[in-house]
Design a protein around this ligand. Structure first.
Ligand code: NAP
Length: 293
C-alpha cells in the first residue's frame, strides 16, 4: 500500500490504479495467446435504444477491450425492437462459436424484461455474471465462475489494499441483484458479518455507525453523511449520480473523508473496476470455451 493516512483524511482507495494492474496482467495473457496464433477472445456488446449514458458506457467497454487486443463488436438495435427479435439476435450470438462473451447494456427499454433477456442469453456467454447459474454458483461458493463485475471489483480493491474482511461488520446499503446482493454474498464468503440495508430499513444511521466496512450502492447523492460513519471505517461509494451537472456518489465525500479510514472516490473508485472485471470475465469465458473445443 503506497498511501499513508493522516489524521484528517481517509486513505484514497484508487480504483484506477487497481484496474490498471488487472488490465496490464490481462494484456500480457492476451499477448501470449495472440503470439501462439490462437484466436483472440471476442466480446459483443448489445445496445438497445439511444440512452446517452448507455452509449458512453458501451463506447468505453469496446475501447477497453480493443486496447487489450480483444476482438469486439457493438450491436446497436432499435429502441422499438420486439422481445422476439431481440431473442433471435441473442440466439444467433449464442450459437456463434467465435463469440465468447455477450453483454446486454442495461437499462433496457420498458417493454423488455431484463430477467427474461439474461435468461435467454444463457450462462455460457453472460459476461456480466447476472445469469441465475452464475448467481447460484456464488450462493453455493463454487469457485472459478463468472462473478458480477461491480461487486467483484470492490472485493478486488479490498484485496489490493490488504484490507481484511474476516470478522468485520460489513453494512451494505442496497440490495439490487447486480450490486448489493452479490456483494453481500462475497463479503460473507470472506467471513465478514454482513448486514444488508434497503429503503425499508429503520434507523439506518445506527446501523451504518456500527460498520467496519460500509458500502453504499443506492443511487441517492450524498445519502451517507459524516455522522453516519464510524471513525476509521472502510467506506466504499458505488453510487453514480448527477448533481449540479457533476458525477457524485452516494457518500458525502468531503464530510466522510474526515471520519473514515479508507474511502473510494467518485469518479475513480468503483467505476474503473467494473470495466476491468468485465474484461476479466471475458477472458474467463474465453478460456472456458477454448477448453471445450
Ligand atoms: P437499484 O437497483 O436502484 O437499487 C438501489 C437500492 O438502494 C435498492 O435496494 C433500494 O432499496 C435501496 N435504497 C433506495 N433508497 C434508499 C434509502 N433512502 N435508504 C436505503 N436504501 C435505499 O440500484 P443499483 O443498480 O444497485 O445501483 C446503485 C447505485 O450504484 C446507482 O447509483 C448506480 O448508478 C450505481 N452503480 C455504479 C456502478 C459502478 O460501476 N460504479 C455499477 C452499478 C451501479 P429497495 O430494494 O427497498 O428498493
Amino acid at each position: 500500500m503506497s498511501q499513508v493516512s493522516d489524521t484528517t483524511h481517509a486513505v484514497r482507495l484508487d480504483g484506477k490504479v487497481v484496474a490498471g494492474h488487472l488490465l496490464a496482467s490481462l494484456r500480457d495473457s492476451l499477448q501470449s495467446v495472440i503470439k501462439s496464433s490462437q484466436r483472440a477472445p471476442k466480446l459483443v456488446v448489445v445496445q438497445v435504444g439511444e440512452d446517452p449514458a448507455s452509449s458512453v458506457y458501451v463506447k468505453n467497454k469496446i475501447k477497453t477491450a480493443q486496447s487489450l487486443g480483444m476482438a469486439s463488436e457493438h450491436r446497436h438495435l432499435p429502441e422499438s425492437i420486439s422481445e422476439q427479435a431481440l431473442f433471435a439476435e441473442l440466439d444467433q450470438l449464442n450459437q456463434n462459436p467465435s463469440i465468447d462473451a455477450v453483454l446486454v447494456q442495461m437499462p433496457l427499454p420498458k417493454h423488455l424484461d431484463a430477467l427474461s433477456v439474461i435468461d435467454r442469453l444463457g450462462a455460457s456467454k453472460d459476461v456480466d455474471g447476472f445469469h441465475p447459474v452464475h448467481l447460484g454458483n456464488l450462493v453455493c461458493g463454487n469457485p472459478g465462475g463468472v462473478l458480477p463485475c461491480t461487486p467483484a471489483g470492490i472485493m478486488q480493491i479490498l484485496e489490493h489494499y490488504r484490507i481484511p474482511v474476516e470478522g468485520k461488520h460489513a453494512v451494505v446499503i442496497g440490495r439490487s441483484n447486480i450490486v448489493g446482493k452479490p456483494l453481500s454474498l462475497m463479503l460473507l464468503q470472506g467471513n465478514a458479518t454482513v448486514t444488508i440495508a434497503h429503503s425499508r430499513t429503520r434507523n439506518l444511521s445506527e446501523l451504518t455507525r456500527s460498520a467496519d466496512i460500509l458500502v453504499a450502492a443506492v443511487g441517492v447523492a450524498d445519502l451517507v453523511t459524516g455522522d453516519m460513519v464510524k471513525p476509521g471505517a472502510v467506506v466504499i461509494d458505488v453510487g453514480m449520480n448527477k448533481k449540479d451537472g457533476k458525477l457524485v456518489g452516494d457518500i458525502d465525500q468531503a464530510a466522510v473523508g474526515t471520519v473514515a479510514g479508507y474511502l473510494t472516490p467518485v469518479p475513480g473508485g468503483v467505476g474503473p473496476m467494473t470495466i476491468a472485471m468485465l474484461m476479466k470475465n471475458t477472458w474467463t469465458l474465453y478460456q472456458q470455451h477454448i477448453l471445450q473445443v
